[in-house]
Design a binder for this molecule. Structure first.
Ligand code: AP5
Length: 221
């Protein structure tokens, strides 16, 4: 299975990507995690992209596409793309990338969420800086407050979860997504998910959509 998740910041793409990968034994490819990793490493690329991420702006397409191409080229199994593509140019490049190895995307899931729930999702998000697990103070709390369930690290707040940066991220999303969604909607293999409910309810609906889609279209697997 090769699946891409679209949706606004805070929609729950990362949370559901992890669960989809566990269920179907796929690899989670998060563009945000890749970029934050580069930023933290202090590499020349990390220095170039830091300001974009910290200010909630999209990293330029050429850099993003090169990074993802390198990552996807070495995958010899199914995957879930989380946060990529995010522009029409990225989507077109991804299609060419996957055509080269004759393994097109089998499904694009677009997460829709009621904007009224988003602010609380950012306020309550905590992440593990080591294993990158994502928690929420109310909806997905760690077993021990402030500590990662997997490696006991101190949980942190993502730097771009500050309210003013979140506003820019949402605005950036709104500006770039319409052409991307119509690109995929025209091609089929495109489904929307209501991601407003609880994490477990959303998971049930996501897994059901995936199972049905690939059962009805086995050639897309
Ligand atoms: P990225 O890391 O991709 O961030 P994003 O798309 O803004 O999405 P988020 O990670 O904020 O949200 P999510 O949908 O994954 O939600 P989550 O599951 O964490 O990108 C960061 C930056 O990198 C961008 O701003 C840009 O600068 C750059 N970038 C990335 N990709 C790029 C690209 N392709 N091109 C150019 N630049 C790029 O959930 C949020 C919180 O809510 C969590 O605390 C979670 O526990 C909780 N939660 C999840 N689901 C639910 C639920 N159903 N109910 C209640 N709480 C929930």
């Amino acid at each position: 299975m090769r699946i891409a998740l679209l949706g606004p910041p805070g929609a729950g793409k990362g949370t559901q990507a992890v669960r989809i990968c566990q269920e179907f034994n796929l690899v989670h490819v998060s563009s945000g995690d890749l970029l934050r990793g580069e930023k933290m490493s202090g590499s020349p690329l990390g220095m170039r992209i830091r300001d974009f991420i910290d200010n909630g702006l999209l990293v330029p397409d050429d850099l993003m596409i090169r990074l993802m191409e390198k990552k996807i080229a070495v995958l010899d199994c199914g995957f879930v793309l989380d946060g990529f593509p995010r522009t029409l140019h990225q989507a077109q490049s991804l299609r060419i990338m996957l055509q080269k190895t004759n393994r097109p995307l089998g499904l694009v899931l677009n997460f829709g969420v009621d904007p009224s729930v988003l602010a609380r999702r950012f306020e309550g998000r905590r992440i593990c800086p080591v294993c990158l697990a994502v928690y929420h103070l109310d909806s997905m709390p760690p077993k021990v407050p402030g500590r990662c369930d997997n490696d006991d690290s101190d949980l942190i707040i993502r730097e771009d979860d500050q309210p003013e940066v979140v506003r820019t991220r949402i605005h950036t999303y709104q500006e770039s997504m319409a052409p991307l969604i119509s690109f995929y909607a025209q091609q089929g293999d495109f489904k929307t998910i209501d991601a407003t409910g609880s994490p477990n309810d959303v998971t049930l609906s996501v897994l059901d959509k995936i199972r049905r889609h690939f059962a009805d279209n086995p050639e897309r697997n």
